[in-house]
Design a protein around this ligand. Structure first.
Ligand SMILES: [Zn+2]
Ligand SMILES: [Zn+2]
Length: 391
């Protein structure tokens, strides 16, 4: 969901740092992968694990998937050499993208093989033993894969980009990333593609102000354009996608809340987020996003927020567990940096449970504050033998 390049900065963790890669699973139907950014490595490991689980009962027919690539910018292809299912002979992949005028025939095949060229990668492409077929498509093409209809449209992006619409028996998904609004022909393409979609995944890399000034001509879009397209095409849900690598979680939060004022059914793409379409409607689920281990501790709290329909609320609640990242403490001793420390805290407010909170930590910071006092920063680490409590 991250655009342009993967991110590792802490303030980008909440939405995630992998570049574009989505999985689309049609119940009882084909399996699709949309784009091959750095997220493809994790998807490969997930598919491998899932497949091993199923093949115990169903025999080993291998993994089969249709891989739809929007264009050849790094952030959409960089995961290809790290997709483990490509290295297993029983797997089959059907890859689709357009013929680039810079590369000529077999563009996608060339792009894949070029990533294995010396001296850029340690092994040869011949190690990829899975069956791979390549199909060249272009904007306006339509085809069916086992009851699922796919249509494409050209988007406005340097060196070209395809938007995809996938109509499944459960609903329609439009994947339109890397698009700059403006030229009428492309704006119409996008609107045609997104017409009445259940889910529109749209490029929202910049703020509307950036798009109108410093980032004009860079080939991307903003939440406000996404809202316009969603409204005009009567799309049911809008997912802001391709977050700028320099956008912190708070920046993306800001885009999301601004978009929700205009189009309430808006979401911001997040690592591991899933959207399920069924006769019950659209269900969005987010992955476990708390970093660090959970500790059971009871506190009473007053909580205020917004309900699903946007109504503000406030209520008293019991906080049942808390995840702990680390602590800052004052010590007479000077612990060694990167050494292990044990911190035992009395669980205040937890009258029903007198067990102290025992935490293993690693020392990340130590400075003399005054006299014989040291300011010590520690990062809590998981006990090797403890299971985090789950509710
Ligand atoms: Zn991109
Ligand atoms: Zn691009």
């Amino acid at each position: 969901m991250r655009g342009s390049t993967p991110t590792l900065e802490r303030d980008t963790w909440r939405y995630g740092g992998n570049t574009a890669c989505l999985e689309l699973d049609v119940a009882g139907g084909p399996h699709f992968i949309l784009d091959c950014g750095t997220g493809l490595r994790m998807l490969g490991n997930h598919l491998h694990a899932m497949h091993n689980r199923w093949s115990r009962w169903e025999g080993d027919g291998g993994i089969e998937a249709h891989v739809l690539v929007t264009h050849y910018h790094w952030d959409h292809i960089q995961g290809l050499p790290f997709f483990h299912p490509f290295f297993e002979a029983q797997n089959r992949f059907h890859l689709y993208s357009f013929q680039s005028k810079h590369l000529g025939r077999h563009s996608l095949k060339q792009v894949l093989e070029a990533q294995f060229a010396s001296p850029y990668f340690p092994i040869d492409v011949s190690m990829m033993t899975a069956t791979r077929s390549f199909q060249e498509i272009e904007g306006g093409d339509q085809w069916d894969v086992r009851g699922t209809h796919i249509s494409t449209a050209w988007l406005n992006h340097p060196q070209g980009c395809l938007g995809y619409r996938i109509d499944t028996p459960a609903g329609s998904i439009v994947y339109a990333t890397d698009n700059e609004p403006g030229p009428r022909e492309y704006d119409n393409n996008l609107r045609q593609l997104a017409q009445g979609a259940d889910v529109l995944i749209y490029d929202a890399q910049y703020s509307p102000e950036q798009l109108a000034s410093t980032r004009k001509g860079w080939g991307h879009s903003c939440w406000l354009e996404g809202v316009k397209v969603a409204r005009e095409t009567k799309a049911k849900n809008l997912i802001l996608f391709h977050h700028d690598p320099d956008s912190s979680g708070r920046t993306v939060d800001g885009y999301l809340s601004a978009a929700r004022q205009e189009f309430p059914c808006t979401w911001a793409a997040m690592e591991g987020m899933s959207v399920k379409l069924s006769e019950r409607g659209t269900e969005v689920a987010l992955p476990e996003s708390r970093l660090g281990q959970r500790r059971r501790l009871k506190f009473s709290a007053t909580v205020s927020g917004q309900t699903e329909d946007g109504t503000p609320f406030e209520e008293h609640a019991t906080l049942r567990d808390i995840s702990l990242q680390g602590a800052y403490l004052s010590l007479h001793n000077r612990p060694r940096l990167q050494s292990e420390m044990r911190v035992v805290i009395d669980a205040m407010g937890d009258h029903s449970n007198s067990n102290p909170l025992c935490l293993r930590a690693t020392v990340t910071h130590c400075t003399r504050v005054h006299g014989d006092q040291n300011g010590v920063g520690v990062f809590f680490v998981e006990d090797a033998d403890s299971d985090p409590p789950r509710d």
